[in-house]
Design a protein around this ligand. Structure first.
Ligand SMILES: [Zn+2]
Ligand SMILES: [Zn+2]
Length: 383
């Protein structure tokens, strides 16, 4: 249980983090601040894991197994428009996804666990660069699970639109896997009146735009869900010039890694065909950061469910998975685990995730902390 003074401390921490947001891979002061707060709680921390990642370990009695609890740390390139007294002090950077709240929740879970008796260990994982680059993968490459062996991992994300403090646990897929691409069509370019002398990158882009709409409709099993979206399409500088290039970027989403790889193949083929039809060359690359889907394993989902019930938290009805992504999927690719949605309260037009009027709801720090702490306790109790 968290006392009133614990909660005051945690709310102050949350507001401090909210005032000092940092972009992916730039979380230097956030990392130092978290390590200081952990020290204040008497929990030793290791910093610099996969960039600015921090891992702190709570030692129970005996040599039981270990479990991991994870929070993400980074903010977004958004100009905050909440008008809050603790609004961002860093120009054009904002905690608009609530990762300030997730870090605070993990510190709250640490407080609860510190006062609990358990066998084994709990590793608190503060992960950088969730929004971009793939901090989970960076931490894994830096030996996260070798340096801190663990058997299971648990995490959560606040969810605007769900009643505050309500917990939703998905059976299977929670969030989509994502893959992003950068595509450039090239040609010699030339006079708009002499199209026979050059390929046309804009036309190739047009072919690609329409062709790609068929990738899901005609090549993915209709019982599966997937999305292909072109987010940018730039090319040309004047009405009478065929340009030398056209640039497109986009994203692929699916709930199975195999489907994501299949869509990458379709994008490649359609880009080739589009370039061919318009007499162009092309250069296609996929972000090295293919983020796997977040898929709960049944036993760990049950652990979280039992933990929520045991701690007297409110469980909501099952809901559809989200096409959004979270690189927690990288951890779940290696270890069994589960990831919960935690209601952030009512959602209006401009206060959803990644919006300039979003704010994490301090009232859900306590239920979030209880959920994570009790998930670890239930997991370790089942050893
Ligand atoms: Zn986000
Ligand atoms: Zn997020």
């Amino acid at each position: 249980m968290l006392t009133e003074s614990d909660l005051n401390w945690l709310v102050n921490v949350r507001h401090h983090l909210h005032q000092h947001p940092e972009l992916s891979c730039d979380e230097a002061t956030t990392s130092a601040y978290i390590a200081e707060r952990l020290a204040e709680l008497g929990i030793p921390a290791v910093t610099g894991i996969g960039g600015y990642g921090v891992v702190a370990t709570l030692q129970g009695h005996g040599n039981g197994p270990a479990v991991g609890l994870r929070a993400d740390m980074d903010a977004l390139a958004i100009t905050e428009r909440t008008g809050l007294p603790y609004r961002s002090q860093n120009p054009d950077v904002m905690h608009a996804c609530g990762h300030d709240g997730h870090m605070t929740i993990l510190l709250g879970a640490a407080m609860i666990l510190k006062r609990s008796t358990f066998a084994g260990q709990v590793h608190l994982i503060f992960q950088p660069a969730e929004e971009k680059v793939g901090g989970a993968r960076l931490m894994l490459a830096d030996g996260l699970f070798q340096r801190f062996p663990m058997r299971q991992i648990f995490g959560l994300h606040n969810w605007p639109g769900l009643p505050a403090g309500q917990i939703v646990l998905h059976d299977g897929p929670v969030m989509a896997g994502t893959s992003e691409f950068i595509l450039r069509f090239t040609a010699a370019g030339g006079h708009a009146s002499m199209p026979h002398l050059t390929g046309d990158p804009l036309l190739a882009g047009g072919h690609f735009m329409t062709g790609i709409q068929q990738a899901v409709a005609r090549s993915v099993d209709p019982l599966e869900s997937a999305v292909v979206t072109v987010g940018t399409f730039h090319g040309g500088s004047a009405q009478n010039i065929i340009p030398q290039g056209a640039d497109l970027t986009g994203t692929l989403r699916a709930f199975r890694t195999e489907t994501l790889l299949h869509l990458q193949d379709r994008v490649r083929r359609i880009a080739h065909a589009a370039a061919e039809m318009a007499g162009c060359g092309m250069d296609l690359s996929f972000d090295a950061f293919l983020c796997r889907p977040v898929v709960n394993t049944p036993a760990e989902r049950d652990i979280m469910r039992n933990a929520a019930q045991g701690a007297g938290l409110r469980l909501g009805d099952p809901m559809a998975p989200s096409m959004g992504g979270d690189d927690f999927g990288e951890f779940l690719h290696v270890l069994p685990g589960a990831y919960a949605f935690l209601g952030n309260g009512e959602r209006a037009d401009e206060n959803g995730l990644h919006q300039p009027k979003y704010d994490f709801n301090d009232a859900i720090i306590a239920p979030g902390a209880m959920l994570l702490a009790h998930s670890a306790l239930v997991a370790l109790g089942q050893s």
